[in-house]
Design a protein around this ligand. Structure first.
Ligand code: EPZ
Length: 418
């Protein structure tokens, strides 16, 4: 069992380089299955979730080599079409491999990913979309088998702008017959990155970033090199870390326009931000002001930043109201914050946060990836030494978090064992 030990009370100051996006890397790694050849990926973050995806690709018959910052994937002999249940359960986002495997092999077998720490995480929109593409689906005891002769084209209107379902339709249709159109598509920047990667391979996809995406099926794809976009959630997490400690930090290697809703909320809370195209400098006030926010699909305030922002608001002047509209169970971290002195009441989708002056250290446990990040921020401002257990959740999505925070002046170390 790994834990963080954090001595709070230090203002964060300095510069932090943001890594490649976890949520752009995962569907792009899956997409390498579509081309029977070589894909070279740069700026893939070295985190648990990307390592898991590489393990699954190897089980499907790919070779994956790492040379310095470059990942070389050779999928020319990847005959596998079954996603191992254990790996599927450990990482539900591997469901986007289904679309890529179907695109290549016209068959796929995988299990229901199962719920996780933030909600039931159903895949009904994915399966309904596959059926519209002419894919026959049979299920038994949680295992799903998909097959088809060809991937048809269809007009698919998503009930909800699901990121994963949008990605799965794009992946399955890249080598399909004719043109598929997705309406009410997710508009996240990671969808644009996936479109750019697929088109670099020779696909003909347009509209990513809007709510209408068109995929014109092609017959063949080619070898590709691609540089993954920066991680906007990691970037937002460090901005909030600077803000909660009353510090002054600069984040580099970002696409600032991806962070607009986060920038707006931090300015509303009293931070001053110098925003350039690929970097942002934040100067925090002694104490931020209370703000209200609602999570929404992109370009609204991202759900993945909700927990980290709740942490920031625990020490604000005044009372804030946060509403989580995307996932039904994304406040599991709140009782852990309360152990440190935070005053938060959860009423259904809403969390009411009464700002306090003092947060104190405690022994707490990470409940999920972003909830764990929220505990790290709280520990940075807590008086005393905080121990955060179950940090394997956090290591899923943040590359070298302890090193990056140390570079900003934080006192943080990793402890093995109980
Ligand atoms: C992606 O998850 C991200 N993960 C999540 O980031 C992110 O929170 C989420 O998009 C929303 O932005 C990756 O990209 C790997 P959804 P995804 O399908 O695709 C419901 C993180 O911390 N839904 O847009 O699973 C679902 O239950 C992770 O980095 C259905 O009802 O999100 C949820 O309430 C967490 N049926 C809502 O839609 C479906 O078939 C949004 O889910 C699919 C989804």
């Amino acid at each position: 069992m790994l834990s963080y030990i954090i001595e709070g009370g230090k203002k964060l100051e300095g510069e932090v380089h943001i890594s490649g996006s976890k949520n752009a890397s995962l569907p792009i790694i899956a997409a390498t299955m579509l081309n029977k050849g070589i894909s070279k990926l740069y700026n893939v973050p070295e985190i648990h979730d990307t390592k898991m995806m590489f393990e699954i690709l190897k089980k499907l018959g790919c070779t994956v080599k790492k040379n310095n910052k470059k990942i070389i994937i050779d999928s020319s002999k990847a005959e596998g079409y079954k996603i191992p249940e254990e790996l599927m359960r450990q990482m539900r986002s591997s469901v986007v491999l289904a679309g890529a495997i179907l695109g290549r092999h016209k068959k796929a077998e995988f299990s229901y990913p199962g719920g996780c720490d933030i909600g039931a995480r159903p895949i009904d929109l994915h399966l309904k979309s596959f059926e519209k593409l002419g894919i026959l689906i049979s299920e038994n005891y949680g295992n799903i088998s998909c097959k088809c002769d060809t991937i048809d084209n269809a007009k698919i209107d998503l009930d909800f702008p699901s990121v994963g379902a949008t990605e799965n339709i794009m992946l399955a249709s890249t080598l399909g017959e004719g043109t598929t159109i997705i309406t009410n598509a997710a508009r996240e920047p990671e969808i644009i990155d996936l479109q750019n990667f697929l088109n670099r391979m020779g696909a003909q996809i347009s509209g990513a970033g809007t709510n209408i995406i068109q995929i014109k099926g092609v017959k063949k794809l080619k070898d590709v090199s691609y540089n993954i976009m920066p991680d906007r959630i990691e970037a937002g997490t460090y901005l909030c870390a600077g803000a909660i400690t009353g510090g002054k930090i600069k984040i580099t290697n970002i696409v600032s326009e991806h962070l607009t809703p986060i920038i707006n909320k931090l300015e509303e809370a009293g931070c001053s931000l110098n925003v350039q195209k690929d970097n942002i400098e934040l100067i925090a006030p002694k104490r931020v002001k209370a703000v209200d926010l609602k999570t929404m699909p992109y370009p609204g305030f991202p759900t993945d930043m909700q927990s980290v922002f709740v942490s920031l608001l625990t020490t604000a002047k005044g009372t804030s109201i946060v509403v989580e509209n995307i996932f039904e169970n994304r406040y599991k971290f709140v009782p852990e914050l309360s152990r440190m002195g935070a005053k938060i009441t959860v009423e259904g989708k809403a969390a009411i946060i009464k700002g306090v002056r003092k947060i104190h250290a405690a022994n707490v446990k990470a409940t999920d990836l972003r909830g764990g990040a929220a505990l790290v921020l709280e520990a940075l401002v807590a008086k005393g030494e905080t121990k955060i257990e179950n940090i394997q959740y956090i290591l899923r999505g943040y590359e070298k978090l302890d090193d990056k925070l140390k570079k900003l002046g934080a006192k943080i170390s990793i402890k093995e064992g109980e």
